[in-house]
Design a protein. Structure first.
Length: 317
């Protein structure tokens, strides 16, 4: 099993970014709890709302689910502080914890610069085979039906990489099929439970809304005992406040709401604290993903994951 700790985490010389003090983290945590109790979050899935009602949540006239503080904090305590993200063999396993640092590609590329011809072209399925290192759905293949692209991504991952993988599903039907693919690749349902190789990414709709597909997909994954990656993508000045603290508090509330649902479904389910913030360009109405403010936000969110002692998955650029 690989353990890749950054030198700054092993007592050596290293550089760290720490924009939040402990008392700042406490204030953001309290603000997030207040938001979830007083304002609530909207879940587009009736099944998800029923699960939360059964655990002490309540809904208002607008359909927003409100959370008792004790339930949110109990769900936080249930998240494993570390887990082994399995690969095809033990040599491919990686240890997910606060003292470990890894790198992965991020999301789906719909275009590529062909290294052989120099051409800028649409991605095709074979591109994922050629560029895989640590697999996170490296491309959005344009040569397959869009309705099944996620399953083709999964096929490439299971067939051509031994690395741990993160997948995205477009529907509960696809999620079940992809878990079945994972079982076949692992050698059976019980073997997949013993060595869970596949994590699934789910995004919220900031602020404080979780789609029907995200709810249903994540609950299926949690029931299967596979890791869930909750990726929150606030846009400072648009879907979250213009202030840093306000944006981090909204991001954190999104994560806490989704995590509470997952821990109600399967307490102890491995969950990654995900962040990929961006900033609104107030002049042009564009979403900026490489502005300096983005890195400050993501670093602050990484600090919140450390405050909670939960493994994180943070966009780095």
């Amino acid at each position: 099993m690989k353990r890749w700790a950054h030198s700054s985490l092993m007592g050596g010389v290293g550089v760290g970014l720490n924009f939040l003090r402990e008392k700042d983290c406490e204030k953001i945590h309290e603000a997030s709890l207040e938001v979830l109790h007083d304002r609530g979050a909207y879940f587009d899935s009736e099944t998800a709302r029923e699960v939360l009602r059964d655990h002490g949540c309540w809904e208002d006239a607008d359909g927003c689910t409100h959370f008792p503080r004790t339930l949110v904090e109990s769900a936080l305590e249930a998240v494993p502080a570390e887990f082994v993200h399995r690969g095809r063999t033990p040599d491919d396993d990686i240890h997910m914890a606060q003292d470990q640092v890894y790198a992965s590609n991020f999301g789906e590329g719909s275009f590529t610069h062909d290294l052989e011809t120099g051409e800028r072209r649409s991605t095709v399925k074979q591109d994922a085979v050629d560029i895989i290192h640590i697999y996170n759905r490296a491309i959005g293949p344009q040569d397959v039906p869009s309705e099944s692209a996620s399953m083709h991504n999964a096929e490439v991952a299971f067939c051509y990489t031994s690395k741990p993988m993160h997948l995205v599903s477009g529907s509960p039907f696809q999620t079940k099929k992809m878990i079945k693919m994972a079982e076949i690749a692992a050698g059976g349902k019980e073997e997949l439970k013993r060595r869970p190789r596949t994590a699934f990414n789910h995004t919220t709709i900031s602020p404080l809304r979780i789609s029907h597909e995200a709810c249903e997909n994540a609950m299926i994954v949690a029931e299967a005992g596979l890791p869930n990656h909750i990726l929150v993508m606030v846009q400072q000045g648009a879907t979250s406040p213009i202030s840093y603290a306000g944006s981090v508090a909204v991001h954190n509330a999104d994560f806490l709401a989704f995590n509470t649902l997952l821990q109600c479904v399967n307490r102890g389910n491995p969950t990654l604290y995900g962040a990929s913030a961006c900033v609104m360009d107030m002049k042009k109405g564009l979403s900026l993903v490489a502005a300096p403010e983005v890195f400050v936000l993501n670093a602050a969110m990484a600090r919140m994951s450390k405050y909670y002692n939960i493994p994180s998955y943070i966009a780095g650029g």
